[in-house]
Design a protein around this ligand. Structure first.
Ligand SMILES: Nc1nc2c(c(=O)[nH]1)N[C@H]1C(S)=C(S)[C@@H](COP(=O)(O)O)O[C@H]1N2
Ligand SMILES: [Mo]
Length: 356
């Protein structure tokens, strides 16, 4: 993996950025992100899956392998879970030295309601053996990454698989999964970073030994450099975003607002422990004030915050917000660097010009 300190993004990064989109920050106004506006990340190509030919295989350390068709799953009593999902690479392009990869700024997040069956129920049906430690999820998409030909695949510890809110989902916001979000079936693991939620699922393998594939051992690890094995990326770290106030400049997206009271608002989430507070600065971080928090709708849904800015004085300002979770983890002011560019949750900065 190559890294660069050139703030200009490369042609390869642009190619990835036009395929994989973030969500428009003004959409922070919605509790649930409309389907076409949810962020998107596809490592390879969207696979061509025909629902009639598709089946899900559950194999490995189970009593006996089981196959499910889409209708088998849809006939069962549905479970619904609303969760905020964020790409582990969100914030990568803000790093001083960044890996050449998907160049996210801060928009790689969305909140959706997923409908499906509980993974735990499907595993119970197959009969998981007592010595199982992980479950491997494999998608129908294939490509080459790090010089390795592969299907997209990730393993999850067995304890997480037994949670009642981990789904094999066939609907997103009440519609069949659209092709880009994993049709016909995807894994949904509330609280974990995006890479965990394997799309276009075709196979579930229960394992007695740890899985060592590319997306587990090479990608999605906090590493200090190419030779550091690092530690795995798992749950989302606390982050808040601000709905940019006022109106944007077309090219730079710098904000313009009038010198009158304005309600600042945004969302905050954490996969580790609930959001405890959100703090806002209107003077570039010199002073911070506590925002009001909206209701906690469900554990892994982002939470709305608001704060009234009473005296926007004419001139240039940098607005900032930072979240603190119940474990006391706060978003850092400066970047948190690692070789893969994961979980750079540095405070969100919104430069604004206040006009008289
Ligand atoms: N099969 C498969 N699953 C996948 C991916 C992929 O490329 N292939 N991308 C992962 C990553 S890195 C993220 S961030 C999320 C993105 O989900 P979304 O595109 O539905 O927002 O899907 C994950 N699941
Ligand atoms: Mo991701």
């Amino acid at each position: 993996m190559a890294t660069t300190t050139d703030p200009a993004i490369t042609r390869d990064e642009l190619q990835l950025a036009t395929r994989n989109h973030g969500f428009p920050l003004e959409i922070l106004r919605h509790d649930i992100t409309p389907i076409g506006l949810h962020y998107l990340l596809v490592h390879y190509d969207i696979p061509d899956v025909h629902p009639d030919a598709w089946s899900l295989e559950v194999r490995g350390a189970v009593h006996e392998p089981v196959f499910f068709g889409l209708e088998d799953l849809r006939r069962r009593p549905p479970t619904r879970v609303t969760t905020t999902m964020e790409c582990a690479g969100n914030g990568r392009a803000l790093l001083g030295e960044r890996p050449i990869s998907q160049p996210w700024l801060v928009e790689a997040v969305g909140t959706a309601t997923w409908t499906g069956v509980r993974l735990a129920d499907v595993l119970d049906e197959a009969g998981v053996s007592d010595d199982a430690i992980e479950v491997l999820f494999t998608g129908a998409d294939r490509g080459v990454e790090g010089g390795e030909a592969q299907s997209y695949a990730r393993a999850l510890p067995i304890a997480e698989c037994r949670r009642g809110d981990v789904l094999l989902a066939y609907e997103m916001n009440g519609m069949p999964l659209p092709p880009q979000h994993g049709f016909p079936l995807r894994l949904v693991v509330p609280g974990w970073y995006g890479m965990t939620n394997v799309k276009w699922l075709t196979s579930i393998a229960v394992l007695r030994e740890p899985y060592h594939g590319y997306q587990q051992d090479t990608a999605y690890r906090f590493r200090s450099g190419p030779d550091d094995p690092g530690r795995p990326v798992s749950r989302m770290e606390p982050r808040s975003l601000m709905l940019p106030p006022g109106v944007p400049d077309f090219l730079t997206r710098r904000r313009f607002l009038r010198s009158e009271p304005v309600e600042l608002t945004g969302r905050a989430w954490s996969g580790q422990s609930p959001i405890a507070s959100v703090e806002v600065s209107t003077d570039g971080g010199a002073t911070w004030a506590r925002a009001d928090l909206g209701p906690e709708r469900s554990r892994y849904e982002w939470r709305r915050w608001t704060m009234r800015w009473n005296k926007p004085e004419p001139g240039e300002h940098t607005l900032m917000c930072r979240a603190v979770d119940a474990l006391g983890h706060a978003q850092p002011t400066d970047e948190s660097w690692n070789y893969g560019g994961y979980a750079n949750t540095m405070v969100h900065r919104v430069p604004v010009t206040v006009t008289a």
